[in-house]
Design a protein around this ligand. Structure first.
Ligand code: NAP
Length: 288
């Protein structure tokens, strides 16, 4: 293709006919991403989280979006991503509907806040099991389905929801999130390793690193850190993340437009990661 020939530009960001799986898709960032994938043209989006009723409700909500492509569907597949048996169940259920997956958003995650001296071993293990082991198992067991339709021109995509807490120092002190921060650094590096391992199998692997988005997971920490307004005012862009900010990043990384992006970690935090310590004391000392 010559430099000026971008004749396929109208389809560059389209996800027409793509099949996607979103873990932790029943609410928060996963639900925003699933909604975006469907509205960008995906034909099937599998929504997974532990609670059956929450998964079913999320799928129903997505299926009632007014602008879906004909035949497009969200499908509820409850599963616990923190156990190998849970991930095996998820893959087996997805296989009943499709022989390939184009996009895997490994998004399910959990956190735990407690002071360093009393930080429980069980909490550290729980966070690692879901945020690191769960992500590895999910990617590993979905690889045969991801390989099925990936090509040099348009590789299948894995997107890991990491965090800016895995790039800078996370929340310290009374609500220290030591396990969480370590887990997010671990999955970012896992993503780089898998980008090189799976690239030749036509699967690109990237991470997104959100800053604060008000979700069930973040709201408690936001309150304890002085509230949403205070944190927003400490952000260089003077706001928290919004559903559209996740939507845009996930659609981009899933689309042909990003078919040469592999092993990247994309910050979606308004630049909060780069705020100096002094400014941080005015509102950005907490990171999720
Ligand atoms: N919000 C933020 O500010 C922020 C910032 C940086 C990174 N993140 C990351 O973004 C991801 C999504 O978080 P969120 O903020 O959207 O939180 P959220 O609203 O609490 O959503 C978490 C999702 O994960 C599911 N989940 C929890 N444990 C699970 C398990 N064992 N197996 C399968 N699903 C499970 C939950 O559903 P069930 O309870 O039904 O299982 C829910 O769908 C996480 O990886 C988080 O670390 C969030």
């Amino acid at each position: 293709m010559a430099e000026a020939d971008l004749h396929d530009f109208p389809s560059l960001f389209s996800l027409k006919g793509k099949v996607a799986v979103v873990t932790g898709g029943s609410r928060g960032l996963g639900l925003s991403a699933a909604s975006a994938l469907l509205q960008a043209g995906a034909s099937k989006v599998f929504i997974s989280s532990r609670k059956v009723s929450a998964c079913d409700a999320a799928a129903a909500k997505l299926n009632s979006l007014p602008n879906l492509s004909p035949g497009a569907a969200a499908i509820s597949v409850p599963a616990d991503a923190s156990t190998l048996a849970g991930v095996e169940h998820l893959v087996a259920e997805v296989k009943k509907h499709t022989a390939h997956v184009d996009i895997l958003l490994a998004n399910a995650g959990a956190t735990w806040g407690e002071a360093f001296d009393t930080h429980p071993d069980s909490a550290f293990a729980k966070v690692m099991d879901l945020n690191v082991r769960g992500v590895f198992n999910t990617i590993r067991l979905f690889t045969p389905l991801l390989e099925a339709r990936g090509t040099v021109e348009d590789p299948s995509r894995v997107i890991i929801t990491a965090s800016v807490a895995g790039l800078g120092v996370g929340t310290l002190g009374k609500q220290g999130t030591y396990g969480y921060s370590a887990s997010k650094a671990a999955v970012i590096h896992l993503g780089r390793n898998l980008a090189v391992e799976l690239g030749p199998r036509h699967i690109a692997v990237n991470s997104i690193c959100p800053g604060f988005f008000p979700t069930k997971m973040a709201n408690g920490l936001l309150e304890m850190s002085g509230g949403k307004d205070r944190i927003a005012q400490g952000n260089p862009l003077r706001k928290l993340g919004r559903p559209e900010d996740i939507a845009g990043a996930v659609v981009y990384l899933s689309s042909r437009a990003a078919s040469h992006v592999n092993g990247a970690a994309l910050e979606i935090d308004g630049g909060a990661l780069w705020v100096s310590g002094e400014l941080g004391a005015a509102g950005t000392e907490s990171k999720l």
